[in-house]
Ligand binder design. Sequence first.
Ligand SMILES: [Zn+2]
Length: 405
Amino acid sequence: MITATKAKLYPTDKQKVLLEKHFGSCRFVYNYFLSERDRYYIAHKDAEKSSLNYMDTQNMLVELKKKYLWLYEVNSQSLQMSLRFLDNAFTSFFHKNGDHPNFRKKGNNDYFAIPQHMQIKGSRIYFPKFNEGIYFKGSENKLEEIKEIKQITITKSAGNYYCSMIYENNRGMPEKIPLSNKNAIGIDLGIEKYATLSNGVAIENPRFVDSAEERIKRLQKQLNRKQKGSRNRTKQIQKIQRKYKKLRDTRDDFLNKVSTAIAKQYDTIVIEDLNVQGMQQNHHMAKHIADASWHKFRVKLEWKTEIYGKNLIKIGRFDPSSKLCSDCGNLKHDLELSDRIYRCDTCGLAIDRDYNASRNITKIGMIKVGLVQPEFTPVEIATSGMHGIYPYRQMSIIESGSPIH
Ligand SMILES: [Zn+2]
């Protein structure tokens, strides 16, 4: 399977000079084509081809190198990787997953990537333009298991050089634990609490996120009062962008920890699928940020359940997961968003709203994969208004042709 590790590099002074040339040239190419892409877009906004793509910039790079011959001193594939990173940044900007790409500044996040021709021999790592290899130190266990290096990224941080490796090891993906309702968990993602699990565990939003969101809202209000095109406005925009970046980093860290913990601990995990349409229609900021983080969380969970050999069941996003009673199946039509406690008029159940939803999510997931038989009679379904809402229950009843208890 593919995994990653990081090692510290100990370059000679001569190698340091060449590393710096790589940082500089890759940054130059990134910034040059960032403004080329913006310029092209402004000039061709209404044309059929309104933006430059990766291949366009790669062809332009060939010409650029004839003009700036020093670009030949560095690994040409690393320059192409810069174009690739820029293209990715634009793609996520177009898909509203990120801000407009920023110019890279010297000394701030210096990096370059190498996609091919890397090799480790003893305690040295070899890649193009560094034929004598750079001495490095990393985790021995991890280095031993490297079968094939897929990509390396060289970074500089506080005067030190590091090498992050993505590599394939000899371990295959673990065998999946068989699907079962033992050690199964349903997750309800929310705004008030980040996640509520069907065993009653609730995961709070990290505090920093709440306060950072409040602060961004305030900064945004101040921005609206600043004159368009003024220096103060530009400064304010930069301030907001920095806050956003910090917020994203903190959230990423939180999402990594939560998704790893859940994938490690439970064998079968049920989660509601992404409602893409609802997400795009959403203009409310808090909700929009939450949607984006839920999407990230699902992606991470998908990947981590694979790594740990666990099962992930995705169900459609149905509003009734919060309106149904998780004990008797009664549908409460008049449940308001402000009702934090679910009170069932039929069986008297009174539990936390999100907890109730997470229990329903587990049930729907189990029914979907055939681990639990639907427990309601057709009469109950007919009177509860569940038609088309609980497709799996409906389907099973029609197939069996007799009421199921
Ligand atoms: Zn009930």
